[in-house]
Design a protein around this ligand. Structure first.
Ligand SMILES: [Ca+2]
Length: 182
């Protein structure tokens, strides 16, 4: 009589078990990464919203004192690029426009002390002294334009959002979907 074959039992994991464990680890890591990414986007958007409000409040204060909004140039239309230096100049560096910075001209008013590049708690200034851009949490310049006349009686101030793109003169453009405005 033939005896039944003795099945050898492996003491280690089978290949299937190993693959199952690896698959579970990969899925868990993916879920964690996705959660982290979403949380970071929400945090950055929240930060940009706060920064836009800080800048806008300072613009209103500047207008109350001076009768006009910050910025040398009017640009009712356009993408508002290269204007953050003007905001920085009027709201922090040289609000009385006499060429002297706040440290050598203590009489001038500082409208937004958070713009001090030597104490960059907001992490939004990218240089020193008088030529500084104000950047959003994605490293892109805040956009600003002020109008003259009925088209834009006050100002527009916004972040391009995570995609870094904007097209304010075409409200239907998808580039605007993630923009952060007042
Ligand atoms: Ca955008």
């Amino acid at each position: 009589m033939k005896s039944a074959p003795i099945r050898r039992r492996s003491h280690g994991f089978t290949l299937i078990e190993m693959l199952t464990v690896i698959t579970i680890i990969v899925i868990l890591a993916g879920v964690t990464m996705l959660g982290y990414k979403h949380a970071k986007i929400a945090r950055d958007r929240n930060k940009a919203t706060i920064q836009v409000k800080l800048l806008a409040n300072a613009c209103e204060e500047f207008k109350a004192d001076n009768g006009y909004y910050p910025g040398i140039n009017d640009n009712t239309v356009g993408d508002g690029k290269n204007m953050s230096k003007e905001l920085y100049g009027d709201l922090y560096w040289d609000s009385d426009r006499d060429g002297s910075g706040p440290k050598s001209d203590p009489d001038q008013k500082i409208y937004l002390s958070e713009l001090d590049p030597d104490n960059n708690r907001q992490g939004w200034t990218d240089g020193r002294a008088q030529s500084v851009r104000i950047l959003d949490p994605w490293g892109n310049e805040y956009r600003y334009r002020k109008g003259s006349g009925a088209n834009n009686p006050d100002f527009d101030l916004w972040s391009c959002g995570p995609d870094g793109k904007t097209n304010p003169d075409n409200p239907k453009d998808k580039d605007n979907n993630d923009d952060i405005k007042l």
